[in-house]
Design a protein around this ligand. Structure first.
Ligand code: BEZ
Ligand code: FE
Length: 300
């Protein structure tokens, strides 16, 4: 008996024609995008299997690995996203989907720690509730492509503390919503807040993805960074990071998120007037990060 819509395969399955035989079974997929996805997936998967010629034990191991990845996922841990991250696929999907014009600020991966909503905070607030780290000011201006400031732009910020942990990783240690804040830029598109200099940290490596990194001689670390999502009316939202200049791992980020254009120094400012403006003691540390958003119509 043949399945409705498929023709009988006279020669049966063969190694040489494996992909074509499987592709036939998808020939009547009504959704053209799904058909395109499955066609390319089957072609590449069969080519991969023919290339590496796995033993049956190896294939079982591969399936066991993916099964473990699935079992490691829950409301606070997404091991499949982590797998996509360490394979560079998250960075590639981001690059494909954000081919912004050169003048716009570069995007990078979202990461798994934006799992809770950032609390709305006043400009100038201190988002470091545990004061674990070197105090610093984080400030910038959100502008459109042509340099026009974007008043009221929303700037969502989250980061690890000076020990390299996010609040959600240490619910019994850090205050809830530590180092998170949603800010509205002022009339000149400017935002500023008090925080601590983030530290580099390892991605969660106590699961199958960590074992994969270990088995392949890779480290699990990310360079120090602050996550930012910036949004303004009429503009494409931007998900990005600011990387701390001089941080270890800038050249070997475990998830391939670093772009040179996103690296900023922590500068020491000796200026009583500016210290006063930011409500910090003089001298103070500052990370400056201006953000340029692409108008929706000018998106490539
Ligand atoms: C992060 O930056 O928060 C992150 C990104 C990818 C994987 C793990 C963590
Ligand atoms: Fe991060």
């Amino acid at each position: 008996m043949t399945t409705a819509g498929s023709a009988p395969r006279r020669g049966g399955f063969s190694e040489d024609g494996s992909a074509e035989i499987v592709l036939e079974s998808f020939a009547h997929t009504p959704d053209p995008r799904l058909k395109r996805l499955m066609t390319s997936f089957v072609e590449h998967l069969h080519a991969f299997v023919k290339d590496v010629e796995p033993t049956e034990e190896e294939w079982e191991q591969a399936i066991g690995f993916l099964t473990e990845v699935g079992h490691m996922c829950d409301a606070t841990r997404q091991e499949f996203v982590l797998l996509s991250d360490v394979l560079g696929v998250s960075a590639l999907v981001d690059a494909i989907n954000h081919r912004n014009p050169a003048a716009a600020t570069d995007s990078t991966v979202l990461g798994p720690f934006h799992m809770v909503e950032s609390p709305r905070r006043e400009l100038g607030s201190d988002i470091s509730l545990d004061h674990n780290g070197e105090p610093c000011v984080f400030a910038g201006q959100v502008r459109s492509f042509d340099g026009t400031p974007l008043p009221g732009a929303r700037v969502d910020v989250w980061q690890a503390n000076g020990a390299g942990f996010y609040d959600v990783q240490q619910p019994d240690v850090q205050p809830e919503r530590n180092l998170r804040g949603l800010f509205a830029a002022d009339d000149h598109g400017r935002f500023w807040l008090r925080t601590v200099v983030p530290r580099h940290y390892p991605i969660p490596d106590d699961g199958p993805v960590g074992r994969l990194l270990d088995a392949t001689g890779r480290h699990p670390n990310r360079p120090a960074h602050i996550h930012v999502i910036a949004e303004a009316d009429g503009h494409t939202p931007l998900t990005t990071h600011v990387f701390v200049e001089g941080s270890p791992y800038l050249d070997s980020d475990a998830v391939f998120g670093v772009k040179r254009s996103l690296i900023r120094p922590v500068t020491v400012i000796d200026d009583p007037l500016r210290a006063d403006h930011y409500d910090v003691s003089n001298p103070f540390k500052l990370i400056e990060f201006d953000i340029v958003l692409a108008p929706v119509t000018e998106r490539a």
